[in-house]
Design a protein around this ligand. Structure first.
Ligand code: GTP
Ligand code: SPV
Ligand code: MN
Length: 640
């Protein structure tokens, strides 16, 4: 009998021996020998070696392979996936780029299968699915047992954040999906560079992932292996992640939502920093003054677009640091410094075009993975909103498509994975280990009514309340009814790794010293999505959002009510500033008026909904949030 194992990244066959084989370089598991020589050569971190051995014992892959994270490895794996039908190579106009079509039942994050497992249920809160950690482990063990049979287990050391930054954190993901490996190579700093800078006793967040589709001998593999049973599980107290059954996005690229938001938010609460679902951009005005701005919008509500925006106002510049996740720490000078823990974009394809987001189009013209978009006859990609529809295409399900078919050619949650530094608007500080000081934080959501184009908080407490009151019409980024309004505080509902009541308290605690309050960012709220009676967007959005950013920028420099008018809900642009917002824009006076209309009944009804929503947090809801609701109600009754 012959066995396979990987030695110095080459596959060798070894004759079976009847006597037990003891080696310091590997492990016998059942009748199978795994060489971990490759791993031991690369690291002397015993915790990593031990953890990887344990996962191999459990999942029983045929081979173990330690990823080096190189470009060559990426291209080699992609070409292999072309051979087995997982990927299609795109034409030479888009070098080193590939298309994947997922299983039609594995197309977005599965929030109903996502768990936060804390010892005490209350600590996970009503915002999370919960199971006792031990009970969850007992549930998952039989699922992971033998789950990688017939496959290779890939080991990926990765850093969230620039290597060597004291804001960054390291994880190690094992997976049986080469597609996940190639995505993680783009999305994180992954491979040898991470092991090289780790010390013998350094900790890491262990991330176990399998698509949950073991292969029997001779069984033909599916182009997108996955399992109808899915579990996306977090153990914040142990800082560990286990994900079973999906190969898609946030379910499988564990450095992203699982680590950088759910686990990191729990770490951040303990250690006094913030892990947020926010873009980071640099904004330079026409006089050359620069400020950094962070913005939190729910999934598929415009972060990527704002982060890469080309301002329509002359002389102003937007530069991109991140489009999805932001880690912020308060430094000695009292300011919040931000890094983007990611290394790439996992962006929504539909709606991305040369007019809406030219920088994104340039960022994805090479070295890019596309998932669930359409394929044109000349082997290029297409999606709704990119350009006029092609005469025919292959849709995301792999079927022939023509515009008359009546179904979308690209899945609404189809995405591109591309390296951050390919974006033409990349900020010079994107990789700076120190991070950048944030001057303004913007919250927002998709609201067809009620919420004005932009308003500003009175102070940090009020701003925290504004973030907490975020509600948004649902999108295709997760399962659920598209368009249904749901509360999504700080755009973190699916991503907060602990009780949301405690999360509000943590936000409030950031303003812990009146002497340095004025060093904290100012807080704003925007709504690009308000609609008129005919259900048409009132505001042109995209590059024209630079007009709103200009007001935000100016308000950061302003004193008191300069350019602003205090209302019941906060500061809105003054009449003069509203004129400036609309100057040179093809927008009617009525539309501008509607964009800033504050309707008393709508605001009272929103507040009622917020009161009802926050009740579920019981005594975990900070009194300050209730105070803010009471004060808002008083102001609405007095002033609207
Ligand atoms: P995630 O990656 O899921 O976190 O999403 P995101 O917040 O980065 O959203 P993204 O920028 O990808 O935008 C999602 C959708 O909103 C796309 O279809 C965009 O075309 C649309 N969108 C973005 N900005 C605007 C805007 O200013 N106005 C309008 N009307 N639509 C916008
Ligand atoms: C989101 O849904 O907010 C995303 C996509 O950014 S995913 O990584 O799949 O969560
Ligand atoms: Mn997101």
């Amino acid at each position: 009998m012959l066995k396979n194992f990987i030695f110095k990244s080459k596959v060798f066959n070894v004759a079976n021996t009847t006597t037990p084989f003891i080696s310091s370089n590997g492990v016998w598991i059942g009748s199978r020998f795994y060489s971990i020589e490759q791993l031991k050569k690369k690291t002397n971190n015993q915790k990593i070696i031990k953890w990887v051995e344990e996962q191999a014992k459990l999942c029983k892959p045929d081979n173990i392979y330690v990823c080096d994270g190189s470009e060559q490895e990426f291209t080699k794996f992609c070409n292999k996936m072309v051979d087995n039908g997982t990927l299609t190579k795109l034409n030479s106009k888009r070098p080193n780029s590939f298309l994947a079509r997922s299983d039609p039942n594995d197309v977005a994050r599965v929030e109903s299968r996502t768990y936060i497992c804390t010892k005490n249920k209350e600590d996970a809160g009503p915002n999370n699915n919960w199971m006792d950690p031990q009970q969850m482990k007992n549930t998952l063990k039989p699922l992971f047992d033998g789950s990688m049979k017939g496959r290779t287990m890939y080991v990926m050391p990765f850093s969230m954040g620039p290597l060597g930054s004291d804001i960054s954190h390291v994880g190690v993901q094992v997976t049986d999906s080469p597609f996940v490996v190639c995505n993680m190579k783009i999305m994180t700093r992954m491979g040898d560079q991470v092991l090289n800078q780790m010390k013998e006793n350094d900790d890491f967040v262990p991330c176990l992932h399998t698509v949950g589709a073991p292969l029997e001998k001779g069984q033909k593999d599916s182009h997108w292996p996955c399992n109808t049973t899915k579990y996306i599980v977090h153990f914040p107290e142990e800082r560990a992640i286990q994900s079973f059954g999906s190969g898609y996005g946030g379910n499988a690229l564990l450095g992203k939502k699982c680590f950088s938001l759910r686990i990191a938010s729990a770490m951040a609460k303990e250690d006094g920093w913030l892990a947020e679902h926010m873009l980071i951009l640099g904004l330079t005005n026409d006089k050359g003054e620069k400020k950094y701005i962070a913005a939190a919008f729910p999934s598929a509500c415009g972060k990527t677009n704002l982060a890469m925006m080309l301002p329509t106002i002359p002389g102003w510049k937007v530069e991109t640091l991140g489009d999805d996740i932001n880690w912020m720490v308060r430094k000695k000078d009292g300011r919040l410094y931000a890094i983007n823990p990611e290394n790439g974009f996992f962006g929504v394809a539909p709606g991305t075009s040369a007019s809406s987001n030219p920088n994104a189009l340039k960022a994805i013209d090479r070295n890019t993975l596309f998932t669930n978009v359409a394929l044109t006859p000349d082997n290029d990609v297409w999606w709704e909103g990119l350009s006029p529809a092609p005469q025919k295409a292959i849709d995301w399900k792999g079927q022939e498509w023509t515009p008359s078919k009546g179904t979308p050619a690209a899945h609404p949650n189809s995405r591109f994975t591309a390296p951050l530094n390919q974006c033409p608007s990349i900020d010079p500080a994107w990789d700076d280990p120190k991070g950048v000081p944030i001057s303004a934080i913007i919250f927002g959501g998709r609201r067809s009514s009620t919420i004005p184009l932009v308003y500003e908080s009175f102070n940090w407490k009020h701003g925290t309340f504004m973030g907490a009151s975020t509600a948004s019409e649902q999108t295709a980024a997760a399962e659920g009814t598209v368009g249904a309004l749901r509360h999504d505080p700080m755009a973190m509902l699916p991503f907060c790794g602990y009780n949301m009541g405690d999360y509000f308290k943590h936000w409030l605690s950031i303003d812990n010293d009146p002497a340095t309050s004025n060093k904290l960012p100012k807080i704003f709220y925007v709504n690009w999505f308000r609609k008129d009676k005919n259900k048409k967007f009132l505001w042109p959005g995209f590059g024209e959002n630079s007009r709103v950013l200009r007001w935000v920028f100016d308000r950061c420099n302003a004193k008191g009510e300069e350019k602003a008018e205090a209302t019941a809900i906060g500061y809105i642009p003054s009449k003069e500033a509203q004129k400036e917002l609309a100057d040179g824009l093809d927008i009617s006076k009525d539309a501008m008026r509607e964009l800033f209309t504050l309707n008393k009944d709508e605001w009272l009804s929103d507040l009622q909904s917020m009161r009802k929503y926050t009740q579920q947090f019981g005594n975990r809801l900070p009194n300050e949030i209730t105070n803010q609701m009471n004060k808002l109600e008083d102001r609405i009754n007095k002033d609207l």
